[in-house]
Design a protein around this ligand. Sequence first.
Ligand code: ATP
Ligand code: MG
Length: 417
Amino acid sequence: MTIAPVRGMKDVLPPESARWKALESEYIAYAGRFGFREIRTPIVEKTELFARAVGETTDIVEKEMYSFTDRSGENLTMRPEGTAPVVRALLGNRFALGEWPVRLAYTGPMFRHERPQKGRLRQFHQLGAELFGTDSPYADAEMLAFLYGFLKEIGLSGVSLEINSLGDPACRPAYNERLSDFLASREGLLCDDCRRRRVRNPLRVLDCKAERCVQATADAPSVLESLCDECRAHFESVETVLAEIGVPFARNPRMVRGLDYYRRTTFEFVIPGMGAQNTVAAGGRYDGLAEMVGGKERVPAIGFAVGVERLLMLLGEGGDGAPAADVFLVTSGAKFLREAFRWKMELIGKGIRAEMDYEGRSVKAQFRRADRSGAAAVVVFGEDEDARGMVVFRDMAGGKQEEVSRDEAMRRLAGLK
Ligand code: ATP
Ligand code: MG
């Protein structure tokens, strides 16, 4: 009898594995544009780290962790999320990581013993990033612009950004109380889990995916109405900056996230119509976490994680997660190969993904490839134009095509980056 994989855990086979690899490296490269450097933390941590950071009364810690005692009696856990390990690594290597702000990005597997279903696994993978050392609203806007830009860059459409603020230790307790009172009045309508959560961690009730709880809490008091002046000003600044840089968003005062460490800004990128698995990326600010795991100083921070399986599912079967080229160089005969190849190397040297055909395919066939490659522009080296010292430049999105000098074509291509 063959041995099956563990329930909720999957092999990644080729050609799917190539999409994973491409996605992960594109992510790290994109993060690099914002100054994020990659960190790789161990997959196993001391259980205490997650108990303290994620919160004793969260679903993750209460019932989803893969915990075990190793041969020397240590209580260990396969990481259910990436932020707490990165914070631990930051605190332990403070000087090696340089001055504030510190920007770290990661990719890798996470483990949660949830009920497996479409878009919900027991080993799943995340792309994540953490920005430490500033509580400026610009940092929040940067993270959201980063995530928004990345999702757009890899071709994900139809996602919408929802944001909220959970307040801070100055104003959250008052909100918790208001929410508790409200939930007490709905007690009979809640699921069993939420009846417990109501007392121990009322905010968690708003995160329950059970339909009855969603309905019972439809008119729960809004956390945004309970914010203190500082938190309100912070939240409004984040909104102003986002509007200024053209990142569309909507407020969602019900979004509380499943981890206890969040403070102030929280956010999710959601796909309408995906049911309970509709969140493709999520995150928030966690200014108190460093102290919760034993750090001596307060380290304001904000981070996010993208679910790789959900992202690839949304991108669909076909694509490889990224367009293959920015420009396709079409040659109308073998005599143009040398020049086109020189262009290709020069463009790649400038950071522009250039592609061409080496096999002498027809111009029509080359155009078909150009289409599939996702290239934004095509340059055609043709006989007639060449006689006039020109090339044809085609803007693939607009479909506009014109004859231009070689210098002008190169100048436009340089702008594709
Ligand atoms: P959800 O609300 O869907 O349970 P979450 O709040 O538990 O998500 P986070 O811990 O913030 O999610 O993780 C960030 C992202 O990781 C999610 O938006 C999702 O895309 C992905 N993710 C979380 N849990 C799983 C899982 N069990 N299987 C696959 N992807 C997951
Ligand atoms: Mg969850």
